[in-house]
Design a protein around this ligand. Structure first.
Ligand code: NAP
Ligand code: 8YV
Length: 314
């Protein structure tokens, strides 16, 4: 019996490629000189896909060229890169990588929060530029006495909250469904959460439902000492409104791991002194990316061995 054919639209970790090569007939779309002709010739035989955000949006247009597609295994817990409704309409199962990256992303979130409030990258630059002998680095704002609002108290939001408890700050949250068993104060939307807090951490999924959830009104409610941390998706924050708020001093600072048009970062953000910018590093350790890669492979293997994925979405 021939191995099921799997399409990989964009490169993934060598460990993932090797594992899929051993078990399946793996087609590397990005290596094809004419991807269109390749899909024309081989699309009808493709039964699985290993996807990532590097491949761009995956939806009806591609699915129509893959009539035998059964399963799309996404490298990432967020799957806003995939049109799940279009997949569902065609009976295609979508999987993601929950669990294995939760603690890593939460660690990064706390690192970004401290770096932003205590201006750690700015301090590092100060030393490297030889400016310390000229006088001390200016005093920074503080995390002390702050109230932190978590927008999206899911797996990662809860892991962030657990860490914040150790920092002795007050915690509040917003999500669509309140969880009365959780001791933190619940707020019914992003504006009232921001008004009650002076740090806002965005960790909701991306997509239409959360697009620009952090807008000018939310930023204004956060206030002039307010700090925004975005580790969710760039689409969650209205980047234009954020730049305007930072320039006007409507909020105090921002720490951003994600952007509306990655890997492009607006020059206006780069020029601002009160912003810490990271290139989407949330899960980006060797340890965690390897675990995510194994789950992508496990999902495809389980699907073709048993007809059931390990971590299907929805
Ligand atoms: P999760 O466990 O599914 O949690 C998502 C949370 O967001 C839940 O509390 C959910 O609660 C809430 N939510 C969903 N839609 C909402 C809406 N429209 N309005 C308000 N709240 C909403 O997911 P997770 O594992 O914590 O991951 C969250 C997201 O983080 C991912 O989808 C991804 O976009 C992002 N992420 C980023 C990185 C990075 O590298 N920066 C890494 C991993 C993940 P309700 O359903 O009650 O609303
Ligand atoms: C990955 C992420 O960097 O899991 C997610 O949702 O944003 C990150 O862990 C990304 O998915 C890699 O493509």
């Amino acid at each position: 019996m021939t191995n099921p054919a799997i399409l990989m639209p964009a490169p993934m970790l060598p460990s993932v490629i090797d594992a899929l090569d051993r078990r399946f007939t793996l087609h590397r779309l990005w290596e094809q000189s004419d991807p269109d002709a390749f899909l024309q010739a081989h699309g009808p035989a493709i039964r699985g896909m290993a996807a990532s955000t590097l491949a761009g949006p995956i939806g009806a247009e591609l699915f129509d060229r893959l009539p035998a597609l059964e399963v799309v295994a996404n490298f990432g817990v967020g799957y806003d890169n995939i049109d799940v409704a279009a997949a569902k309409a065609r009976g295609i199962t979508v999987t993601n990588t929950p669990g294995v990256l939760v603690e890593e992303v939460a660690d990064l979130t706390l690192g970004l929060l401290l770096a932003t409030i205590r201006r750690l990258p700015q301090g590092d630059r100060f030393v490297r530029e030889g400016r310390w002998p000229e006088g001390p680095f200016p005093l920074s704002p503080t995390l002390r006495g702050r109230r932190v609002g978590i927008l999206g108290l899911g797996d990662i939001g809860k892991a962030v909250a657990r860490r914040l408890e150790g920092f002795g700050v007050e915690i509040a949250y917003h999500k669509r469904t309140p969880q009365p068993e959780i001791a933190y104060d619940y707020y019914p939307d992003a504006v009232v959460l921001a008004a009650a807090c002076d740090v806002l951490i965005a960790i909701v999924p991306g997509g239409a439902a959360t697009r620009h959830m952090v807008n000018a009104e939310v930023l204004s409610a956060l206030g002039p000492d307010g700090v925004l941390i975005n580790v969710a998706r760039g689409s969650v924050v209205d980047e234009g409104a954020l730049i305007a708020a930072l320039q006007a001093g409507t909020i105090g600072a921002a720490g951003l791991d994600v952007f509306e048009h990655e890997p492009e970062v607006p020059q206006a953000l780069i020029d601002l002194p009160n912003v810490v910018l990271l290139p989407h590093l949330g899960s980006a350790s060797t340890h965690t990316r390897d675990a995510m890669g194994r789950l992508v492979v496990d999902n495809l293997v389980a699907w073709f061995d048993t007809g059931k994925a390990v971590t299907p979405v929805g």
